[in-house]
Design a protein around this ligand. Structure first.
Ligand code: HEM
Length: 142
């Protein structure tokens, strides 16, 4: 179970990473260029929301099946850098990233002008992207 979910989580991460980079750069470029908000912008923002929520669910199943706290105390896990990263830092950072994507998406829908819609996506998705960049376990992923 754990190894299958980990493979799924690892490959799905490529999709999350690519679509988040695309949605963020698209919103930043169109905000700076004062471009119109189009159906494509809505679709890429919504797709980012959907794939990141799926990754959140896969991540939770992976975290539970990894059973980090089964045989070890919190102190032991926090004292081990690799374990602390997988069991605590990465999940917290990724949950926060998905929260920023969710807030950004729902806020941008309420905005009335193209400029404001794109700016909200640019800001919230950028924060999410920084969190993902900071806490993806690059060494084990590549
Ligand atoms: C946007 C969301 C997320 C992305 C892009 C992401 C990405 C990744 C990547 C690339 C890895 C390394 C996989 C490998 O070594 O091949 C990983 C590992 C892991 N992720 Fe996530 N993750 C996300 C969300 C989460 C969440 C929400 C949780 C838990 C609540 C989680 C739990 C884990 C765990 C436990 C591992 C370590 C597995 C291991 O090496 O034992 N992830 N994640």
């Amino acid at each position: 179970m754990y190894s299958t979910v980990k493979v799924l989580h690892s490959y799905w991460a490529y999709l999350v990473f690519l679509i988040l980079v695309l949605a963020t750069l698209n919103a930043i470029v169109k905000t700076i260029g004062k471009k119109e908000y189009a159906a494509r912008d809505f679709r890429v923002s919504l797709f980012t929301l959907i794939v990141s929520h799926i990754q959140l669910l896969i991540g939770i199943v992976l975290w539970v099946s990894a059973d980090y706290f089964g045989g070890m105390s919190m102190k032991e896990v926090m004292g081990n850098a690799a374990l602390r990263s997988n069991a605590v830092e990465h999940p917290i950072a990724m949950v926060l990233a998905v929260v920023f994507i969710t807030i950004g998406y729902s806020k941008h829908k309420k905005k009335l002008t193209s400029g404001n819609k794109l700016k909200v996506i640019a800001i919230f998705y950028s924060i999410a992207l920084l969190l993902v960049l900071a806490k993806i376990p690059w060494s084990t992923w590549f």
